[in-house]
Design a protein around this ligand. Sequence first.
Ligand code: OOG
Ligand code: MG
Length: 259
Amino acid sequence: MIGEGDIAACAKALEEASREGKAMGQLTETHKDLTVGEAYTIQEKAFGILLETRKERPVGVKLGLTSRAKMEQVGVDEPILGRLSSGMAIPDGGTVRLSGRIHPRVEPEVALRVAAGAGGGAGARFDAVAPALEIIDSRYENFRFRLEDVVADNASASGFVCGPWVPPGADLSNLGVVLGIDGRVAHVGSTAAVLGDCRRSLALAESILERRGQELEPGWVVLVGSPVEAVELAPGAFVRAEFEAIGNVSVRAERGGKE
Ligand code: OOG
Ligand code: MG
């Protein structure tokens, strides 16, 4: 248990680290008994500060650590949820600015769009699906953290790119995914690696939000979590993800410039 003052201070520190692109020490080094529930409270407070100071709005959620490859990469084996803001969206074929980020990585994801009337605990549905790329960037030194740290740090959310939305007809349970960097294959995977069927991420998002007294909103984007390890983003890199039956999405990394 940590006090309310400590929760506010942690949220402020994380929001500042993210805004200034400066790495910080893990919260669990100072707050050894921080709980996951408290970590979500910190996440919500830091996201609130982000929305207010940057005049942004919530546009969805992201699931993280929903595949074995991702759990092993960061050494945390429990799925988590983070929040997406309007300022994190990058257009398909656009550029992701690396300056202002600490040690950004990119990963391929399926994006689901929450259907109208999906809330109210009836079981969320989605009305469109898109190929997506997620840019993650831990605010902790050396990209190292424990479960509670990464939850407080909004599940390392930093940016996302959605390709063209398509109707939800395809069977998403086992689709091939190729992540390419500069035309070379970096990772090959399947949507089955995400919870056995990446559509399960929707129910998972609902249940995590429900525990926080919240719901998915119609029109929100849900990033299901990466089926493969994330790859470091270097200046000039051209990143493209190809999804069987869904389509492609790309982004270019640049040191400076506009997003
Ligand atoms: C945590 C976020 C994980 C995913 O798709 O699994 C995530 C991290 O790797 O820093 O976004
Ligand atoms: Mg992700």
